[in-house]
Design a protein around this ligand. Sequence first.
Ligand code: SF4
Length: 282
Amino acid sequence: MTNSTRWSYSRLAAYLSRCSLQYYFRYVAKIEPERTSSRLAFGSAIHAGLEEAHRSWKSGEPVPLEVAQAAFAADLEIRLNDPILEFRKDETPEGLIDQGKGLLAAWADEAEYQEVIDAEHEFSVPVVHPKTGEVLDAELTGIIDLLVKVPGSSSPLVVDFKTSARRFSASQLDFDLQAAIYGYAIRSIYRVDTVPMRWEVLVKTKRPGIQKIEFVRGSDGDARLFELVRAAERGVAADVFHPNDGSMWCSGCSFASACSRWEENPNAIPVDSARALSRTDS
Ligand code: SF4
């Protein structure tokens, strides 16, 4: 398995759902991104604040909210110094820090202390077809925000935190690739039939809101997940990379300049020339 592809949720979604050309620039050519967004920086910093809180829960000595807020602010300040970061209109570093502290305060108001198995739990599991037993030369990998003990259950509760401008709809979970991967991984590791999960959405409305969506994942989607990984493996091996023009991912794309010249060499962009394109743009 040493040379097998490690498919995280981000990587698989990038290839299958967003844009295969963007996937190529990021994961194959590995060219330098030309921009990144304050939204991504903000979400990562919120995770840093929550991780601080949950690691203290795991140690049995929960820290006050202010410590988690300070971890968030310190992380965000570093990220906002990235020279390629783009702010949205009317955004300021101070405003983002206030917004993040407000979201964490809203989260803390509703948080119930739970026995934590692990925070930022890394996993790597083989990709096995549930009926035929076929094993792909690939792994599913990831880092789960939080694993919590469930009294009387062999399976932990999987918790994932998200920041969003609006509340999630329940229908978004029907084909949620991240839930499919996390559920598959935890069932493989703990050898259980079902996994309880909770998505906690920190909603960036004027008055911060916390939406908790609880659901259970069984093996129903395993064959589909297996075939999705196989499709991605085949596509990448065959150099199938093309733009997804007009998609919601084009706005603010980190590789827009390289993409704008894709048609000059559409069949395959050699890694070196892709890097050259990127250097020319900077
Ligand atoms: S600009 Fe759009 S089509 Fe081009 S790489 Fe980015 S997401 Fe894909």
